[in-house]
Structures are given as structure tokens and as C-alpha cells.
Design a protein around this ligand. Structure first.
Ligand code: SAM
Length: 285
């Protein structure tokens, strides 16, 4: 018998086998399941042999009203699971108002971890994972989109966006105006048959998206690399050309940046950072 609480159950983001044993067990035992879309969730519940459950909807438009009903169910000794259409509830999905209200009423909330497109994409992206910022869905209106994208010009962390296939080309074009050389990764259809990762500079991805319709098909997570620590633009172009030539000749990044720092009286750290970026570019060619 489950203890009375709200269970936040993460469900698959594509591959139906990505469900934890604990989620399956809890969904089989709860007295009520609140789902973002009950018809959609029925398919998933059938796949894990959960049947005959009381199922109610809990979406953006009725969440506040449902919160009261769910709180009452738990206060009477029941146990309720919240599931969304895919992934972790509350992450760009309904549930925040409900959890907030239950916390205020002193009702226990138990998270059951599992798939989340943002974390799945981040881990396989090849971009830094030590610090990351999850933005979720970008604004649709151009002015707000521009403002949000500009705010990440100097981001010190990898930035994760959810984006719709209808808007991805436009978003990449807007990003290209701001930071064409920043590395980015577009993750498509994670855990599904056509799972794919497109890696390159924002300008590269923009070009690819314009020429290959596959890039803008299915579900997408877009990741942007952190801004370079030292801005390469601060270094004179002649220093960057010399650095690039020295690296191409086989000198180490450390050695080349030290020589140029001494010779030209420039900051060694800025040269070293630029050298690392140049070396990566040379290796990718
Ligand atoms: N709660 C979900 C989670 O934990 O990731 C996110 C729900 S949000 C309404 C849906 C968005 O998540 C999609 O538009 C897409 O950006 C991203 N997403 C979900 N599943 C995905 C998948 N299999 N591959 C790529 N992106 C996915």
C-alpha cells in the first residue's frame, strides 16, 4: 500500500521501454492518475499493464481546479500520480501550480525520476555539462525572441532550448545574426528510430537546416555552447593569423600562445583560449 502523496512520475520521451521499475510499480498501485492528456497516456499505461485506474486530466487550463481535488484525495488517504505526455512532469509541462499548492498544504510530494529531453540531449551533445541553463521553449514573437537570444551572448554555461520544428530555421537564423561561430547541437527525435545529432557552429547548423528538411522534422532540443571565456575579437587579427599558422605548423597551444604573448605584449590567457578554439577548428576540418 502506497503512502498518501503526490507521485511525480517521469514517462518515456519516445522509446516506451524507458520507464523505471519504480514508476511502473507506483502507477499500478496509486488510487488516481492525473494526466496531461488522458487519451494519450492510456497508450503508455496499456504498454506497462496499468488498467482500470481512475484517470483524470490535469493540464494548463484546469490545473488550479484539479489541484484542490487532488489535495483532497491525498488528505483522505489516497495516492495520486501525475504524468505528462512525455518525460518529466513540470519540465515545460503542467504541474508546478499543483506541486506548489500541495507543498503549501503540507502534503508530501514524491519525485520518481526518469527521462527528460533536456538532460538526455545535454549528456550526448558533447557540450560542457558542468554548468547548464535550461530555458525551455523560446518566445514566438520576434522582438522577445531577439531579446532572449541576446541575453545568452555572454552565457557562461551551456544553454538548452526546446524548439518546435516549425520555428527552428528562423531561430537558427536569429542566432546566426548574434553569434555565428558559437558551437551548437541540434538533437532530434531522442530515443526514437530517427534519433539524430547535428553538431557545428550556429552558422553551420543554419546552412544545414536550410538545405536539409530532416533537421526540422520531429521533436527538437537545441543546445548552445557557453560563450568563449576570453573574447577572441579582443585580439588583433594579425595575432590570430600568426597563432593559427603556428598551430598548423605543429606547435602546442601553450607554446605558441606564450611566444606570441612575449613577442606582441598580449595577454597569454586570451591567446591560450583562442589557441584552444583554433586547434579544435583545425581538428574538425
Ligand atoms: N516534460 C518533457 C521533458 O521532460 O523533456 C518536455 C515536454 S515539452 C511539452 C515537449 C518538448 O520537449 C518538445 O517540443 C521537444 O522540444 C522536447 N522533447 C520531448 N521529447 C523529445 C524527444 N524525444 N526528442 C527531442 N526533443 C524532445
Amino acid at each position: 500500500m502506497l503512502k498518501p502523496a503526490l507521485y511525480l512520475a517521469a514517462t518515456p520521451i519516445g522509446n516506451l521501454q524507458d520507464v523505471t521499475l519504480r514508476v511502473r510499480e507506483v502507477l499500478q498501485q496509486v488510487s488516481l492518475i492525473a494526466a496531461e492528456d488522458t487519451r494519450h497516456s492510456q497508450i503508455f499505461l496499456n504498454s506497462i499493464n496499468v488498467s482500470g485506474k481512475r484517470l483524470i486530466s490535469c493540464h494548463n487550463y484546469n490545473e488550479a481546479e484539479r489541484a484542490d481535488l487532488i489535495a483532497t484525495e491525498i488528505e483522505k488517504g489516497g495516492s495520486v500520480a501525475l504524468i505528462s505526455d512525455a518525460g518529466t512532469p513540470l519540465i515545460s509541462d503542467p504541474g508546478y501550480k499543483l506541486v506548489h499548492l500541495l507543498c503549501e498544504r503540507g502534503i508530501e510530494v514524491i519525485p520518481l525520476p526518469g527521462p527528460c529531453a533536456a538532460v538526455t540531449a545535454l549528456c550526448a551533445s558533447g557540450l560542457p555539462t558542468d554548468k547548464f541553463y535550461f530555458y525551455g521553449f523560446l518566445p514566438v514573437k520576434d522582438k522577445e525572441l531577439g531579446e532572449v537570444l541576446s541575453s545568452f551572448k555572454e552565457a557562461e554555461a551551456t544553454v538548452i532550448f526546446y524548439e518546435s520544428p516549425r520555428r527552428i530555421v528562423h531561430t537558427l537564423q536569429q542566432m546566426e545574426k548574434l553569434y555565428p561561430q558559437r558551437q551548437a547541437v541540434l538533437c532530434r527525435e531522442l530515443t526514437k528510430t530517427f534519433e539524430s545529432f547535428y553538431r557545428g557552429s550556429v552558422a553551420d547548423l543554419c546552412r544545414q537546416a536550410l538545405s536539409d528538411e530532416n533537421l526540422s522534422r520531429g521533436e527538437l532540443v537545441l543546445l548552445l555552447s557557453p560563450a568563449p571565456k576570453e573574447k577572441r575579437e579582443d585580439l588583433p587579427p594579425a595575432a590570430l593569423s600568426a597563432l593559427s599558422a603556428m598551430l598548423a605548423e605543429g606547435m602546442s597551444v601553450k607554446g605558441a600562445s606564450r611566444v606570441l604573448a612575449d613577442l606582441l605584449g598580449l595577454k597569454g590567457k586570451a591567446l591560450y583560449q583562442a589557441g584552444l578554439a583554433l586547434r579544435q577548428q583545425q581538428q574538425e576540418l
